[in-house]
Design a protein. Structure first.
Length: 427
């Protein structure tokens, strides 16, 4: 997050520096045109010659300063400090010219707003912007509060000089606004390109990591299967109770590892492998019950199926069977002292609700909240990948997985899937 902020600020500073350099290079043309027009208007009036020469001297000095600044900036880019000092010097010169042309009634007074506006655009909400705006405001207050150094310009020239001053102010603000606005637009485009690049790189790395993980899982499962077979073979021999118990523990751990690898491989299978077709929910429930019957008998669990009539979903049958098998195995694992595992389904509007209910130890609200996360805490001691697979299958079919559980009162897992269009079933 901090690195992203640093990059953004650096890009903004660079682009604003480029835009400010262009502004200061073009500024002499606008100021020179305005100064020549106002000088001509004042010089052809009946204003005192001393006032004409004084105002002309200030404007000429400003033009020379801007021209030299523009010449120097042809070979380099402006720094923040340079722009800050240039805007302050401009504001001071303009305040002096305003005082020489009548002070509070000067037609040059509007141009004092230009340095403040340019500073606000270039520096944003920073101390530099506040100082430029504050200095410009202080100079305006000083012009209002102090007696003018010379009388106001003649009335027949006042309106024309005021109009020129407004046009110069608008031109300077327009130059700054367009230039710095374009700079911020370039920053946004650069950041967008960077963001897309990071996302693409992350997606590529995730894909590579997924492929590598699947390959590693395949490579591990083969030797694990061989080791499991050897342990089972040795376990058939007549061994002392102590050794037989050790082999039994080793076999259970191998089976747990095997389940984890199988869950991971199912989860790593690309989403493009989904092949939807009409699936009879009742037939899937019966088939799943037959698959887990042997495992359930070993732990004293009775499997009950309440198959619905004519309830169908449009789904990948292999994926749905994998999801239900994981839910059933979790339910059986939760009933260490036996119990009843109930498989049922019902239609609720356009949704098919498939329930897997166990009479196990249940789980706390904290554990239930993390269901479907990788390696989330589990009452059965599993890796959490199985329920992550179930949640993934539900999402890829446009459904969801819901959990209702309470410690000591069992758990109800509900797989929610969209019904096949125009299907009928239980309500």
């Amino acid at each position: 997050m901090l690195r992203h902020m640093d990059t953004t600020q650096r890009l903004q500073r660079d682009q604003v520096r480029v835009a400010s350099t262009r502004f200061l290079r073009v500024r002499p043309l606008v100021v020179c045109a305005g100064a020549l027009l106002n000088g001509a208007l004042l010089g052809t009036s009946n204003a005192p010659r001393a006032q004409v020469f004084a105002v002309g001297g200030v404007l000429a000095a400003a033009i020379v300063f801007f021209a030299l600044e523009s010449f120097v900036l042809r070979r380099r880019e402006v720094t923040e400090r340079w722009l800050f000092c240039s805007l302050l010097a401009t504001a001071a010169a303009l305040a002096c010219a305003a005082s020489l042309t009548g002070g509070v009634g000067s037609p040059l007074l509007p141009i004092l707003l230009a340095p403040a506006a340019v500073g606000a655009l270039a520096f944003g909400r920073t101390a530099s912007a506040h100082l430029v705006i504050g200095a410009s405001a202080a100079l305006i207050v000083l012009v209002f509060a102090s007696p003018p150094l010379a009388p106001s310009v003649p009335a027949d020239r006042h309106a024309a000089m005021g109009a020129v001053s407004l046009l110069v102010t608008l031109a300077l603000v327009w130059l700054a606004t367009t230039g710095i606005g374009e700079a911020h637009g370039r920053v946004a485009l650069a950041l967008d390109r960077m963001r897309r690049g990071v996302i693409d790189e992350a997606a590529l790395r995730a894909k590579e990591a997924e492929a590598l993980g699947a390959r590693v899982a395949h490579e591990l499962r083969n030797p694990l299967t061989a080791a499991k077979a050897l342990v089972q073979l040795v376990g058939r021999a007549d061994l002392p109770d102590k050794d037989a118990k050790r082999l039994s523990v080793a076999l259970e751990e191998m089976e747990r590892m095997e389940r984890t690898l199988s869950d991971y491989l199912s989860l790593a299978r690309p989403l493009t492998d989904v092949n939807p077709e009409r699936v009879d929910v009742g037939a899937v429930l019966d088939g799943t019950a037959a698959l887990v019957e042997a495992r359930a008998r070993e732990t004293g669990v009775r499997v009950v199926v309440e198959a619905p009539a004519a309830l169908r979903v449009l789904a990948d049958p292999r994926r749905i069977r994998e999801a239900l098998l994981n839910l059933c195995l979790n339910g059986i694992a939760a009933m260490r002292d036996g119990g009843e595992l109930t498989l049922s389904a019902q239609q609720n509007g356009t949704l098919a609700l498939i329930h897997v209910v166990d009479q196990g130890s249940g789980m706390s609200a904290e554990v239930a909240a993390h269901i479907g996360e990788k390696f989330a805490p589990s009452t059965s001691g599993g890796s959490g990948l199985g329920l992550l697979l179930v949640k993934s299958v539900a999402r890829m079919h446009g459904g969801a997985l819901h959990v209702q559980s309470e410690p000591g009162h069992g758990t109800r897992m509900t797989l929610e899937l969209p019904c096949e269009p125009n299907t009928t079933g239980l309500t």
